[in-house]
Design a protein around this ligand. Structure first.
Ligand SMILES: *Cc1c(COP(=O)(O)O)cnc(C)c1O
Length: 234
């Protein structure tokens, strides 16, 4: 591992290469630095090195760090309990992990109270039985249509997926490819002022290059920037 700045440069260089291989413009892919378990000082170091977007998977961590981190866009990327939406509604720019109408309705209600429209992504469980959160691919269209009908203060910006961990990231390529296909289909098929697909959030430290080759527009990268996480402190 290098310094945080060196790691970010390596990630950006590898992204540029991956994009070049498949004829994409590297500026289409946003690096969302995943800062869970890491202190505000390390996050500020990443921001100094050029990071504009950070991702957290726990509401409490956003609240603990929010006032100590320099100006940056915050993304909620982890499973979100309905009763915690109110704490982050005015702090995050996007919620990546919406997988039920129930959650979307609470986000909608809180967004309306704040007079904002919240950008959300639908989390798709592309690998079906591998992890528990996310909507099944075949149920995604129906969920989006329900949200569009019932949640005027949210705007659906795309899809998010978490691939199962594989030693060889090449093995998750089919999941990313399928998610990109679904993304394109839905973008083509559904027409609504509250749906504006721009983000396909897929790829983490281990599999980001494969995701970039397969059309990701947001990679969520933690350990490749900040090193291994020490959960014993939490
Ligand atoms: C922790 C986390 C990441 C980043 O994982 P790394 O393997 O450390 O890059 C990405 N997405 C989600 C939803 C996470 O919880």
């Amino acid at each position: 591992m290098g310094t945080i700045a060196e790691n970010i440069k390596m990630i950006e260089d590898e992204k540029a290469e991956a994009c070049r291989r498949v004829g994409r413009d590297p500026s289409e892919v946003l690096l969302c630095a995943v800062t869970k378990t890491h202190p505000a000082e390390m996050i500020n170091e990443a921001i100094e090195a050029g990071v504009t977007d950070i991702g957290e998977n726990k509401v409490q961590e956003i609240l603990d760090k929010y006032d100590h981190v320099n100006k940056v866009r915050w993304h909620m990327i982890g499973h979100l309990q309905t009763n915690k939406v109110k704490y982050i509604i005015d702090k995050v720019c996007m919620i990546h992990s919406v997988d039920s109408l129930h959650l979307a309705k609470e986000i909608d209600r809180r967004a309306e109270q704040h007079g904002i429209t919240m950008d959300i992504l639908i989390e798709v469980n592309t690998a079906q039985d591998e992890h528990k959160f996310g909507v099944a691919p075949e149920d995604t269209e129906a969920l989006i249509k329900q949200i569009l009908e019932e949640c005027p203060s949210v705007r659906i910006r795309g899809l998010m997926t978490i691939a199962p961990y594989r030693e060889d990231p090449e093995d998750v390529r089919p999941y990313f490819r399928r998610t990109k296909q679904l993304y394109d289909e839905l973008a083509e098929k559904i027409d609504s002022p509250h749906l504006d697909f721009k983000y396909l959030s897929m790829g983490m430290s281990n599999d980001r290059v494969i995701a970039e080759e397969e059309g990701s527009t947001i990679v969520r990268v933690g350990s490749a920037i900040f090193g291994a996480r020490d959960y014993s402190k939490h």
